[in-house]
Design a protein around this ligand. Structure first.
Ligand code: FES
Length: 134
């Protein structure tokens, strides 16, 4: 049985609209809290790839997409569901040759970075208060 003393107040339910996330910091940990149809999830707000804030990305069908290289994670389990990608956005003018060469080097180096699953946290709602166990 989980003890209530482990849970720390993180924010209010009313602070997170449906389909949105909120960044909070508790005991030095950066945590994203997501609202999916009134169900709340908490996970590390530092992408396991290169530390971008996941709460700056978006969630769709229970999956958060990192705003930096689009790695995707299941927000309830923390499992990585797709690897990061390095792509030029569609519609962008072609890069000058020197930049294309640079992007090639970056893509090669990025392929050596391991992206792990995200840490998740137990969460509970008491009235309008969201509590996270850290
Ligand atoms: S920092 Fe998240 S995918 Fe690269």
């Amino acid at each position: 049985m989980t003890q209530n003393t482990d849970y720390v107040e993180a924010c209010k339910v009313s602070e997170i609209d449906n389909g949105k996330m909120k960044h909070v910091e508790i005991n030095g940990k950066e945590i994203a809290i997501a609202n999916v149809d009134g169900k709340f999830c908490a996970f590390s707000d530092r992408c396991s790839h290169m530390n971008a804030r996941l709460s700056r990305g978006n969630i769709h069908q229970g999956v958060v997409t990192c705003p930096f290289h689009a790695a995707k994670f299941d927000i309830t389990s923390g499992k990585k569901v797709s690897e990061p990608v390095l792509e030029i956005p569609p519609g962008m003018e072609p890069l000058p040759p020197s930049w294309q060469k640079y992007m090639g080097v970056v893509a090669q180096e990025m392929s050596f970075i391991k992206t792990n699953d995200q840490e998740i946290y137990d969460i509970k709602v008491e009235g309008d208060t969201i509590k996270v166990r850290v």
